[in-house]
Ligand binder design. Structure first.
Ligand code: SAH
Ligand code: SF4
Length: 348
């Protein structure tokens, strides 16, 4: 089977995926990206969906070895936004015509059932924006309370599908538990997002193929693939950065495998590659997640260093992202951009 036939195969198996992830020639890679772009257009259309992120707290009880927010990092000044600041920022986001609001933080028990439910309820009183939570692994009764308060989606990356690597990155946590959280979230009606980190120490191409297959098995509504970027004051501070090329290959192959799923062109990709968003959006991605966290917090949410846009005014940064999308000839969606899967919203 030649490359063109492989790229048009309906169901790619693990060996096919590994073969595609190992492609290196410029022309072959371009053919892969072009096919992913075509499949994206066919299953998701040409509009790009925006998700406005508010990073509500950088406190974290976890110690993921790759992350700058890990609990052991004493050198990071910590902050929590007040509920009023979060609600006000959400209003700024909907005023921009962005109708998905992502509330993200470290695993911070201070933001409990009541506070998050209050924030969700207040945002929902003023707009019909979709609310995505990305607050880490939390007790199941909190997920349920937030769903009842009006949350629509939950983003919790599996990070790696290799259980041995997962435990070496997370020390106290297990991959099987993370998967149980994702399955529970789905069972109570959340649209779920997951995904991996690319270029982590010890990770192989086979592991990345398994990441893509796990995303398929989880029947995700959104799948995010971002490069690992070494963060100061973490055990992995001197490790090698994941590459833009490998991130694009994973994105493109994931589009061929997952088809009807939202895939973002990540900020991490745009941080390591000056045209990362453009390259992601033309290799299978259909979503961009602008960071609208206000100053001074946005520069303190240092999961990894020098995040693109973290030193710029949030509105300027969002305007620049919109322009870059339009310069590519793509339209921006002013709708919520819900799951592309029809059966995605069972009741609580
Ligand atoms: N605490 C929540 C949400 C914030 S972390 C959670 O862990 O789900 C959001 C994402 O940042 C993580 O899923 C991880 O994939 C990513 N991340 C963490 N450290 C990173 C690094 N050094 N480089 C790139 N992405 C990183
Ligand atoms: Fe905390 Fe999330 Fe970073 Fe892990 S990845 S240390 S849970 S913020």
């Amino acid at each position: 089977m030649n490359l063109n036939e492989l790229l048009h195969k309906d169901e790619l198996n693990r060996d096919d995926i590994i073969y595609l992830l190992n492609l290196t020639g410029e022309e072959d890679l371009q053919q892969l990206y072009n096919r992913a772009d075509e499949v994206r257009s066919q299953f998701c259309g040409d509009e790009v969906h925006l998700r406005g992120i508010i990073e509500i707290s950088n406190f974290c009880e976890q110690n993921c070895v790759y992350c700058g927010l890990r609990n052991d990092n004493d050198s990071l000044p910590r902050y929590r936004m007040t509920p009023e600041e979060v609600i006000e920022t959400a209003r700024t986001i909907t005023n921009l015509g962005i109708f998905t609001i992502v509330l993200q933080s470290g695993e911070d028990a201070h933001f409990d059932s009541d506070i998050i439910s209050y924030i969700i309820y207040q945002i929902k009183q003023k707009s019909n924006a979709a609310i995505t939570l990305s607050l880490g692994e939390r007790p199941f009764d909190e997920y349920r309370a937030w769903k009842i308060a009006g949350a629509d989606r939950y983003l919790l990356k599996h990070e790696t599908a290799n259980p041995v690597l997962y435990e070496s990155y997370h020390l106290k946590q297990k991959l099987s538990e993370r998967l149980d959280h994702l399955k529970f979230l789905k069972s109570i009606g959340y649209q779920i997002g997951s995904g991996n980190l690319i270029g982590l120490p010890m990770q192989t191409i086979e592991d990345l193929a398994d990441d893509i297959l796990l995303c398929k098995e989880l029947d995700l509504d959104m799948a995010a693939f971002g490069p690992f970027i070494p963060s100061p004051k973490t055990p992995y501070q001197h490790k090698t950065t994941g590459t833009s090329e490998l991130t694009l290959k994973v994105t493109a192959v994931a589009r061929l495998v997952l088809k009807k799923v939202h895939i973002p062109a990540t900020t991490a990709l745009d941080t390591i590659d000056p045209i990362g968003r453009e390259r992601g959006l033309t290799a299978g991605a259909n979503v961009v997640m602008p960071d609208l966290t206000p100053f001074p917090y946005r520069s303190q949410y240092q999961i990894y260093p020098d995040k693109r846009g973290s030193q710029s005014d949030p509105l300027d940064s969002a305007a620049q992202i919109k322009k870059r999308i339009e310069d590519l000839g793509r339209k921006i969606s002013y709708k919520r951009g819900d799951s592309l899967k029809q059966d995605a919203q069972p009741s609580v």
